[in-house]
Design a protein around this ligand. Structure first.
Ligand SMILES: NC(=O)c1ccc[n+]([C@@H]2O[C@H](COP(=O)([O-])OP(=O)(O)OC[C@H]3O[C@@H](n4cnc5c(N)ncnc54)[C@H](O)[C@@H]3O)[C@@H](O)[C@H]2O)c1
Ligand SMILES: N[C@H](CO)Cc1c[nH]c[nH+]1
Ligand SMILES: [Zn+2]
Length: 428
């Protein structure tokens, strides 16, 4: 692997585009994924079984493996069970702060105009829990717990089949409170949740992260079913100044790189010495990890690199444009830098806040928008599992106060029945 420090100011148009328009390979699989989704929609379980054989190498027996979750909980090692419980407790506690409360308030001067909002959970949601090249019990917690905290009655999880199924992932489903568990992964898993099959019940909304096939499938079904957002191959952007520890910066880059060859990992700093040290550390650490091949593939992508800015202001402008899934700031005045960056999925401040803390256990959600989606939205939260309804009640004076405004606007729109629906109430 040969990584070089690149100067931000010297990046050409194509190089900049590779950073800012990164799609992690999703576009190149869109048409294959369209076919997979269509076949699952038409052929149900038959197609699910065929794709599981083709892409996961598993001849699936039962697609519904809900019963296996409770058994797995009893079977796994005590220390792993305790770690799942501890992480789940923190995730639950943080997400409980997000539960919105119904409210009504009085508006207006003359009479009463009572307005408010009411929140109700969705009825049926589907959570995708990845599990291709690694197991993701943590993603089970991140998807199922907010849905349950929101009050969703039926939370189904789809995860790739394996023989046997990963017991830790299954145990996490039990801890999180999943109501149904299906062994189907990839694009076929997303399609099964979205459209239903003989075994899988269709849901109202599909959430959760995954690789390029999963992400392309979520883009495909969006429109027929609600989704959270595109949460594809992982990304991290580290913004660092001369006070940063190169080992820590490199460790965060290498950690996210181990997820997927399509992961994007970037460090940007105004300190040339730090940049050179980070490169050396990344090369050293990558070689020492178990998933070296995946890490190196991610680091060699055009959307990854160590960048040298002329100033921290230039680094901050880059970070805003990049809109990273994970933004880590390792700098003297991290809060001042953060103040100037609006777009990021989740932010990690200071040397002792590795991205892995949020990935597993601090309590924040690790299902986050990738590919610049953080310009438009934040990560998975209780909000994704509730619908809001506005409620209003006007008394006679309240309506009288508004009647002139309503009738004038209704007539301006040429909708006199609207105007009359107000006048009617004041005529004898
Ligand atoms: N953005 C986020 O919030 C977030 C969170 C956690 C994980 N992730 C990402 O989730 C992903 C997990 O990836 P993974 O691969 O380990 O698991 P995965 O479950 O996402 O994908 C595995 C599935 O991919 C499908 N697949 C594999 N090769 C295929 C092919 N050639 N054609 C069609 N389908 C194929 C298979 O059906 C398999 O079941 C990583 O990219 C990771 O970075 C993202
Ligand atoms: N970093 C991932 C989100 O991009 C989440 C994760 C799960 N396990 C480890 N990490
Ligand atoms: Zn991670």
């Amino acid at each position: 692997m040969n990584i070089e420090v690149r100067e931000l100011a010297d990046l050409g148009t194509d190089a900049r585009r590779a950073f800012f328009e990164r799609d992690a390979g999703v576009e190149e699989v869109r048409s294959d994924v369209r076919d997979i989704v269509e076949r699952v929609r038409r052929e149900g379980d038959v197609a699910v079984r065929e794709f599981s054989k083709e892409f996961d190498g598993v001849q699936v027996g039962n697609i519904d493996v809900t019963d296996a979750a409770e058994r797995a909980y009893d079977e796994i090692d005590d220390d792993v069970r305790e770690a799942i419980e501890a992480a789940a407790a923190n995730v639950r506690e943080f997400h409980e702060t997000q539960v919105p409360e119904d409210w009504r308030e009085e508006f207006g001067d003359a009479g009463t105009r009572e307005l408010g909002r009411r929140y109700r959970p969705l009825d049926r949601v589907g959570v995708y829990a990845p599990g291709g090249t690694a197991a993701y019990p943590s993603s089970v917690l991140m998807g199922v717990i907010p849905a349950k905290v929101a009050g969703v009655e039926h939370v189904a999880v789809a995860t790739p089949p394996a023989e046997p199924m990963n017991p830790v992932t299954l145990a996490a489903m039990h801890v999180a409170g999943a109501d149904a568990v299906y062994s189907v992964g990839g694009a076929q898993g997303i399609a099964a949740l979205a459209y239903g099959t003989e075994t899988v019940k269709a849901v109202q909304k599909v959430v959760g992260p995954g690789n390029k096939w999963v992400t392309a499938a979520k883009a495909e079904v969006r429109g027929d079913v609600d989704i959270d957002f595109l949460a594809g191959p992982s990304e991290v952007l580290v913004v660092a100044d001369e006070t940063a520890e190169a080992r820590f910066v490199a460790a965060d880059l290498v950690a996210q790189a181990e997820h997927d060859p399509n992961a994007s990992v970037v460090a940007v700093t105004d300190d040339a010495d730090l940049a050179a040290e980070v490169v050396a550390e990344v090369e050293r650490q990558a070689g020492e990890r178990e998933r070296t091949e995946t890490i190196e593939a991610a680091l060699e992508s055009d959307a990854s690199g160590v960048l040298l800015a002329r100033s921290m202001s230039e680094a901050v402008l880059f970070a805003e444009e990049y809109a990273a899934e994970h933004l880590t700031i390792q700098a003297d005045d991290d809060e001042a830098l953060l103040d100037r960056i609006d777009s990021a999925g989740s932010v990690f401040l200071g040397p002792y806040t590795p991205v892995a803390a949020g990935d597993y256990a601090s309590g924040t959600n690790h299902v986050l928008p990738t590919g610049g989606g953080a310009k438009r939205q934040g990560g998975l939260s209780v909000d994704h599992f509730v619908r809001s309804t506005t409620v209003q009640r006007l008394d006679r004076e309240g309506l009288s106060e508004l009647s002139e405004t309503i009738t004038t606007l209704a007539e301006a729109e040429g909708l006199d029945a609207h105007a009359q629906s107000v006048r009617e109430r004041f005529e004898e």
